[in-house]
Design a protein around this ligand. Structure first.
Ligand code: 6R9
Length: 648
């Protein structure tokens, strides 16, 4: 891949796009002049059962309170009010099943389904504040279940349906979930694969907090059953009454927990609350995607198991009365035309995806998108990892007919919503740059001491920090507030800034480029996976004495996982190839197929510093085939001869 970065290369919106856009340049000045007033104005996008008395209370930093004393119902905002406003017949969700079936749900349909689920969850004895785990593929019931939880003040915890039973159990236990919602199975490339069995396996041993498992019939495959515990959705929820009155909850009422990888093996349960989160999700969806209800057909290709699905499939778009596509399957089933067929079929106007998929499309070749009418597209978005300039240009040229604005949106599970991004009707976007903090958001690029890096020195890379609170910021790590403080707020405690864990730089124009993680978190196809998690799965295998894992550059997935393992004496006698296959399978099973190492190298020794730290930086050099960096702090530099030999 030949990537050229020209810091002057910029793409302004067309005059016509700019003239009609939701936001013009004055929004930056307005927000800067009165940040809190600006957010108060944005909160006006929502229906409040009771108004707030203060916009922000930061006296208990780093735990913010936004829209203090305000009361609202998140589901009412995403569903009921659109029906009451006379838009009940508007399609909320055009759902495309993987095998080719489809369903359209209007806002009235959604209201009836969410109400049924809310009535049944109440019948099960669930009360505001209880936790519900949702382990489901991309079916409408997953969204219905999330909204029903929100309606009742239940806190949902989505677990990506690709996660293993072990990972699911860990998350159920940590959140002490009373209910698990799942499907009998999920469609995978034309064949049904079981899913509910993973819940059975997760709950199989030891005591747990789960009282019921609610199962949506999706594939019709044989499903083992535990009488008294397991319930079919179609025999319960679907038979419940379709009317339910939404009660208001406090602005700071917990809305969801979402687990994300950190630098240690234990995932962090990131906690989000209601009023501030929904305000920023709605504002960013409106402003960054230039979304207008009634005009746009919106499609975010993320899975609801990740934060992008929470904020930009469920809460932001539905709060803004979007008509959107939800697709169940993979982009290459039944063939590589699938996404483009869907864009053509529904006249999609806004398409939001990840760089890894754009690079995959590039690999498949432009003949595929060229075979379709994609002229309905007017805004393209990118999220999950830095987008390389070549992929950016291809995206605009081939998918966007050389004319659509591209919004490269930087944010995190912890930030809840988009933080840094071009505005499509304002910014002259540069390929590969996230550009500018959104109106209302304040960010800085600083060095170790917190001094701002100087403009334009490409060498002067620094750390990305957020130096002012924002409405959708995480309110904590579930059950571990100390970890919340140490992970994000300790590094710049003196200044009171949030440390994002990403490197960044400012170019000569002051535009911001995100460079990727500076900690031991890998980014594989936009999924966050910690080196420690994979290492602990590897050493969990009886044959492995020690393991070190690094993320190495990968042309398609951004990073690929490369593991170096030292075997136990007994295992060393076995065939290397069979063992490597076994170890890959072990990681898949323990965590998820997304965490499966691309390469595993059996080595006699790992490079360590005198204080015993594994030097991942050097392993990354090896994994990427580079000359070794500074090895002077290594105990035994000869180790590398052996490690290199393992790759030959
Ligand atoms: C929304 C999401 C967060 C991490 C983040 C950063 C990377 C996301 C990016 C980006 C460069 C972008 N990241 N968007 N890096 N440019 N536009 O992805 O949340 O799964 O928590 O990941 O992803 O490294 O710190 P999450």
């Amino acid at each position: 891949m030949t990537d050229t970065t020209d810091y002057r290369d910029a793409y302004p919106p067309s005059p016509q796009f700019a003239a009609e856009a939701n936001a013009d340049a004055s929004i930056y000045d307005r927000a800067a002049a009165d940040r809190e007033g600006f957010w108060a104005e944005q909160a006006g996008r929502l229906h409040w059962h009771e108004p707030w008395t203060r916009t922000l209370d930061w006296s208990n930093a780093p735990v913010a309170e936004w829209f203090v004393d305000g009361k609202l119902n998140v589901a009412y905002n995403c569903v009921d009010r659109h029906v009451l406003d006379g838009h009940g017949d508007q399609v909320a969700i055009h759902w495309e099943g993987e095998p080719g079936d489809s369903r359209a749900l209007t806002y009235s349909d959604l209201l009836a389904e969410v109400s049924r689920a809310a009535n049944y969850f109440t019948e099960l004895g669930l009360r505001a504040g209880d936790r519900v785990a949702i382990y489901m593929p991309m079916v409408p019931e997953a969204i219905i279940a999330m909204l029903a939880c929100a309606r009742l003040g239940l806190t949902h915890s989505l677990v990506f349906a690709g996660f293993s039973p072990t990972a699911l159990r860990q998350r159920i236990d940590d959140a002490e979930a009373r209910l698990v919602i799942t499907t009998d199975g999920q469609w995978r490339r034309g064949a049904p694969a079981p899913l509910k069995t993973a819940v059975d396996e997760a709950l199989g041993t030891g005591s747990h907090t789960v009282e019921h498992v609610l199962v949506v019939r999706r594939t019709g495959i044989d499903t083992p059953w535990t009488e008294g515990r397991d319930l079919w959705w179609d025999e319960t929820v679907e038979r419940s009454a379709p009317e339910h009155e939404a009660q208001p909850f406090d602005s700071e009422h917990p809305l969801f927990i979402l687990y994300t990888s950190g630098t240690t093996g234990k995932p962090k349960g990131i906690l989000h609350t209601s009023g501030g989160y929904l305000t920023q999700a709605a504002y960013t969806h409106h402003t960054v995607f230039d979304h207008r209800p009634g005009r746009d057909v919106y499609w975010c290709t993320a899975d609801i198991g990740w934060v992008t699905g929470h904020s930009y499939i469920v809460y932001g778009p539905l709060a803004n009365r979007a008509t959107q596509i939800v697709y169940e399957g993979t982009p290459n089933f039944p063939d590589q035309h699938r996404h483009f067929q869907i864009i053509e079929k529904y006249g999609v106007t806004i398409y939001y995806t990840a760089p890894t998929l754009i690079r995959t499309f590039m690999k498949w070749g432009r003949e595929i998108p060229d075979a379709h009418d994609l002229t309905s597209l007017r805004v393209l978005g990118s999220v999950g990892e830095p987008i390389n300039p070549e992929a950016w240009r291809w995206y605009r040229e081939v998918i966007g007919a050389g004319s659509t604005p591209i919004v490269d949106t930087w944010w995190q599970t912890e930030t809840g919503a988009i933080m840094i991004s071009p505005l499509p009707g304002v910014t002259a976007a540069k390929p590969g740059a996230a550009m500018t903090p959104l109106p209302g958001i304040s960010a800085a690029v600083v060095d170790e001491e917190g001094k701002p890096v100087r403009l334009g020195e490409t060498e002067a890379n620094g750390y990305l920090v957020l130096d002012q609170p924002w409405p959708s910021m995480a309110r904590g790590i579930w059950g571990d507030m100390d970890r919340f403080r140490t992970t994000y707020w300790e590094r710049y405690a003196a200044q009171g800034w949030y440390f994002a864990g990403d490197g960044a730089k400012l170019d000569a124009d002051g535009d911001l480029w995100v460079l990727g993680r500076v900690d031991d978190v890998m980014n594989v196809s936009g999924h966050r996976i910690s080196t420690a998690e994979v290492e602990s799965a590897l050493v969990g295998h009886a044959g492995v004495a020690e393991a070190a894992v690094v993320g190495a550059g990968d042309a398609t997935t951004g990073q690929g996982i490369v593991a170096f393992v030292i075997l136990t004496a007994e295992a060393a006698a076995r065939s290397g190839a069979a063992l490597v296959a076994e170890l890959k399978a072990e990681v898949s099973r323990e965590i998820s197929p997304i965490a499966k190492p691309r390469e595993i190298h059996i080595v006699p020794e790992l490079p360590k510093t005198r204080s015993g730290k594994i030097m991942r930086r050097l392993l990354r050099d090896v994994a990427e085939g580079r000359e070794l960096g500074d090895t002077s702090t290594l105990v035994d530099p000869d180790v590398f001869e052996a490690i290199r030999a393992s790759r030959a």
